[in-house]
Ligand binder design. Sequence first.
Ligand SMILES: Nc1ncnc2c1ncn2[C@@H]1O[C@H](COP(=O)(O)OP(=O)(O)OP(=O)(O)O)[C@@H](O)[C@H]1O
Length: 309
Amino acid sequence: MGVEICVEGLTKSFGHQVIWQDVSLTLPAGEVSVMLGPSGTGKSVFLKTLVGLLKPERGSITIQGRDLTKLRERDLYEVRKLFGVLFQDGALFGSMNLYDNIAFPLREHTRKSESEIRRIVLEKMDMVGLVGAERKLPGEISGGMRKRAGLARALVLDPEIILFDEPDSGLDPVRVAYLNQLIVDLNAQIDATFLIVTHDIASARLVPDNIGLLFRRELVMFGPREELLTSDEPVVRQFLHGRMQGPIGMAEEKDAAQVEQELAQIDDSAHVQERTPRLLPGPGVARPPRWEAIARREARLRQEEVAGA
Ligand SMILES: Nc1ncnc2c1ncn2[C@@H]1O[C@H](COP(=O)(O)OP(=O)(O)OP(=O)(O)O)[C@@H](O)[C@H]1O
């Protein structure tokens, strides 16, 4: 059962450049959360700060009663073992085959025997659908396979928290659909806490329990998926619709009068379409109890939709 991460009043700057300030949110244990935001709003910086690779100027990150921002390097090293991280390109070692790449954290951080390592590596490769690709080098496989190998490597130490940095970047829509299903199935199987940074609005609508949005150096909103999908907050609506009209500009924010004029011209009557059903774990995947609650909630939303149509 994953662990809760409680972030309070977090602020990160580089020199005089404030990346984001006063960010507070709770990632509920075992749930999937997605962090959205225009390019450069500091989503990757947020992931790196959570895992302790970057130090914030203010605020706290509490996991299992310990504030990560106050830990000494030795204790932080221990807490980091709770995390698995899937970096954008899988971050695999180019000269090692997939088996050795995935075995790497086990050889580095545990005293397990090679036969035990073999059992774990093959189990994780099976989980991500990579059986048979053990001897391949990262350069010999597709981007989608590299991501899955990176995910298998993130899983080998049985993390309580998995951070995904743009898992869908560079993948075609079919591979993205497979990856989304894999993420949902994995979450149901291992019940860890997931945080996914993505630009893909379709995935953000389908996959998570919770959605957050960073913009203008602030966390505009963080909450249950349905709340964000039906929110009237202009930044949230613009981002989730992927449209030009609204407060988010090409490079910087727009002036208030222009935003008001643009918003007045938008036909927002299609609210109901936003009730995308949550992607459920595939057949044969054992579902922890919270999935029953999700399925009931989704069924209720569908009924309301039909009644309102
Ligand atoms: N180590 C660093 N030193 C100085 N500035 C940094 C560092 N890392 C990131 N930044 C700056 O922080 C800002 C946010 O970067 P970040 O990569 O987190 O954005 P992002 O929201 O993930 O963007 P994208 O969606 O394009 O990947 C950028 O202006 C970047 O230049």
